[in-house]
Design a binder for this molecule. Sequence first.
Ligand SMILES: Nc1ncnc2c1ncn2[C@@H]1O[C@H](COP(=O)(O)OP(=O)(O)OP(=O)(O)O)[C@@H](O)[C@H]1O
Length: 244
Amino acid sequence: MTLLSTKGLSRNFGGLKAVHNVDFELQVGEIRAIIGPNGAGKTTFVSLLSGRIAPSKGSVEFLGRDITREPAFKRVRQGIAYTFQITSVYFKLSAYENVALSAQSALTRAKVPFARLHSEQIAERVDFALRRVGLQDRAAARAGELSYGHQRLLEVAMGLALEPKLLILDEPTQGLSDGEIENFCALVREIAETATILLIEHNMPVVMQLADTITVLNAGEILASGTPEAIRANPAVQAAYLGS
Ligand SMILES: Nc1ncnc2c1ncn2[C@@H]1O[C@H](COP(=O)(O)OP(=O)(O)OP(=O)(O)O)[C@@H](O)[C@H]1O
């Protein structure tokens, strides 16, 4: 079953075609990686999916509905969560409060009137999300005092508190230690049991072990799509990206 698809999706910045004419399809339950050289258009592409930026041309469908013109907050309410770099974390708030903000927005999506939001409902969700990423013991810590690796995990917890159907992770392992990366991969597999994952990732071993399917972007266009084995063996991909 198709979760998300795009047709002719394009975004120009002046004369630059950052994303050009992309037809893309994502199936429910898969882990999809998007790879490509620097400047290939990966972040621009997922920003078009999440609604952070508007397309110059083309369309996006989510669960059969055209969401091309829907603003980001409405897409979040439909189940598209985008954890974008560390900038989304409020450093002065506690880990708990950061996740509670997300949880609140998800409960609003479920049409629970804002004024009647019970703190237990939020607490339940926050506890679940923090436990899932292994930060339950750091709930009271200020986000700004957490290690970088924990801040990245906090961001994932904020995404999970939205109970997303689609979780978009933009370079989630950047800056993590080898041990943290290993734990992170286990976490992604666990999350994939209940959500579809779209992952932008530069770390090839991570991509190769996690992804069901890899889509390669190059100069704003899809160069290839396939299993990790097929992508590894694809001469065009090797020439454009893997450099071997
Ligand atoms: N807001 C913007 N204004 C102008 N040009 C932009 C803007 N955002 C992205 N670009 C350009 O669009 C192209 C694609 O950028 P994008 O960040 O999507 O690539 P990427 O594949 O995510 O790269 P990286 O792997 O380095 O993060 C690049 O040439 C970039 O300079």
